[in-house]
Ligand binder design. Structure first.
Ligand code: GUN
Ligand code: FE
Length: 506
């Protein structure tokens, strides 16, 4: 039984709510109240200064009705949890190093040797625990992880994610060609293990819910979230035979599973795919031919897709996971996300650890803004194409939350605070900082500047105790500025609490 299973989900949270309802539209509710039911779902999201007519209580009466179940977060921001659409959990072992080579050489020199260590489950547990902890503490409440080809270590990652209480997809990598002899599967083993792992995750999802007893529905809900994502996580097309890709496509259809893979990341890789698959017109066409392009598919990078590929992706309902940090550091190129949005593709963000060096979606969001700015200058335009405007920070925030949720097929479940969704949230304190004690556990620094008992969402102040916070607030700056500063300058020191499905996990 997992540590978060029996925790309380019901509650009410009062603070400044900021969330994105659609691309470019950010709603800020200065004095907001989110009511969460026993299943961890949002029952209501109110503006206390402007309650709807069907609420007969006054704002104060409503707040008081929750008594001990009220969490008073006035003076703090309540944001939806971040969605990371693409991260390699094993590669956390070398994140922040090895940033000197292009993709194919980088895979050979750093990635494959590192991933081969995951046949050792004790090593896997250590790295996976650190990776998941880091992502969660950085505010990622939903993460799509790649593991490795090793089924036992894949199961360890599932266990670690469940212990941490994160919402995740975990995918077993399939590699049966063009891979080093120390990190390759036979086609038969790869086909069998992909299905075996899919069945393992699906059966333990429901078993954990049914077997826990007691508090029933909430637990079932919680465990159902932890589905497997598997499928074409071929690493990419060059490391997967057509026979294996077809099998992965069949599995994704039979079990209604999501598919994640890499697409059109670097020029060398694209040329290789063209050589390997003369039967297909394009790289996107390879995934399509083998049943791996549908409305549950999402593809990391998409730096160099042609108009024809974008059209196919849009038609089939696939999504782009934009990984700017990795695209810059591996020298892959600059993906033009506005172009994908214009052409009707879903778009989310991915850290792509360890091609990207940071586990934080905040870092990813900042680099997405810069990448888009570069494209707005005219970089990489197709003949006759007009440059798109650069992403705004409001649009970037959407991609980091609701957009990412939609890309992963979870837009109905998380991404903002629409009633009916699960309460996945960050509490952002722009005044306080956390210090790490020697065990690496974050401790809250006592905060002298709590909002006064009667005060309503006062503008945050910086006091001498908070001198080492990553930014300062100045007189006249309020919660809108606090939100912007957090997006551009904040980090996990500002993330005071994290909730997944109504359960506090950080
Ligand atoms: N293509 C195949 N495998 C990988 C990987 O691990 N990282 C990235 N960025 N691209 C890949
Ligand atoms: Fe990747």
């Amino acid at each position: 039984c997992y540590p978060h299973e029996h925790k309380t989900r019901a509650g009410a949270y009062r603070g400044t709510i900021v969330h994105s309802l659609e691309l470019g539209v950010v709603q800020l509710i200065l004095d907001g109240l989110i009511i969460v039911n026993a299943s961890g779902r949002i029952a209501a999201c109110y503006d206390l200064d402007n309650l709807p007519d069907d609420v007969t209580l006054s704002a104060e009466e409503l707040v008081e009705s929750f008594e001990a179940n009220l969490t008073d977060l006035r003076g703090k921001l309540i944001l939806p949890g971040f969605v990371d659409g693409h991260a390699h959990a094993p590669q956390y072992a070398f994140t922040g190093t090895g940033m000197d080579l292009p993709l194919l050489q980088w895979l050979e020199k750093y990635t494959f040797p590192c991933e081969s260590n995951f046949q050792d489950v004790a090593f896997a547990r250590d790295v996976y625990t650190k990776a998941v902890t880091r992502h969660l503490r950085s505010g990622t409440t939903t993460c799509s992880y790649f593991a490795t080809i090793h089924v036992d270590a894949c199961k360890v990652l599932v266990d670690v994610v469940r212990r941490a209480g994160q919402r995740a997809y975990v995918g077993k990598v399939s590699m049966d060609r063009n891979s080093p002899d120390y990190l390759i599967e036979t086609t038969e083993d790869a086909m069998r293990d992909a299905e075996l792992f899919a069945k393992f995750v699906l059966s333990t999802n429901t078993e954990a819910g049914a077997g826990a007893g007691g508090s029933g529905e909430g637990i079932a809900n919680k465990m159902k979230q932890l589905q497997l994502k598997d499928g074409a996580e071929a690493g990419f097309v060059p490391s997967c035979t057509a026979q294996l890709m077809q099998k992965l496509g069949d599995i994704s259809e039979a079990y209604s599973l999501p598919v994640q893979s890499h697409l059109s990341e670097s020029p060398g890789e694209i040329a290789w795919v063209r050589e390997l698959h003369p039967e297909c017109d394009t790289y996107m066409g390879v995934y399509d031919r083998y049943g791996l392009l549908h409305e549950r598919s999402y593809f990391a990078h998409c730096v160099h897709c042609t108009g024809e590929e974008r059209e196919l992706m849009s038609l089939k309902g696939g999504a782009v996971i934009h990984c700017p940090s990795s695209n810059f550091m591996l020298g892959s190129g600059v993906a033009n996300v506005k172009r994908y949005i214009r052409d009707g593709c879903k778009v989310g963000l991915g850290t792509d650890v360890a091609g990207g060096y940071s586990s934080s979606i905040l870092d990813c969001l900042r680099q997405a803004l810069i990448a888009s700015r570069v494209c707005s200058f005219g970089h990489g335009l197709e003949p006759g194409e007009a440059a798109c405007d650069a992403l705004t920070f409001q649009e970037g925030f959407h991609l980091a939350t609701q957009g990412g949720a939609e890309a992963l097929g979870l837009g109905h479940l998380v991404g903002n605070f629409t009633p009916g969704k699960e309460f996945d949230a960050l509490v952002v304190d722009v005044r306080s900082i956390k210090q790490l004690d020697p065990s690496g556990v974050a401790q809250q620094v006592p905060n002298a500047a709590q909002a006064g008992a009667g005060g309503v969402a006062a503008a945050p102040e910086t006091t001498p105790e908070h001198a080492s916070a990553p930014f300062h607030m100045f007189p006249g700056q309020g919660m809108q500025e606090a939100f912007e500063k957090f997006l551009f300058l904040g980090d996990d020191r500002n993330i005071a609490q994290v909730y997944v499905g109504g359960v506090r996990v950080v």
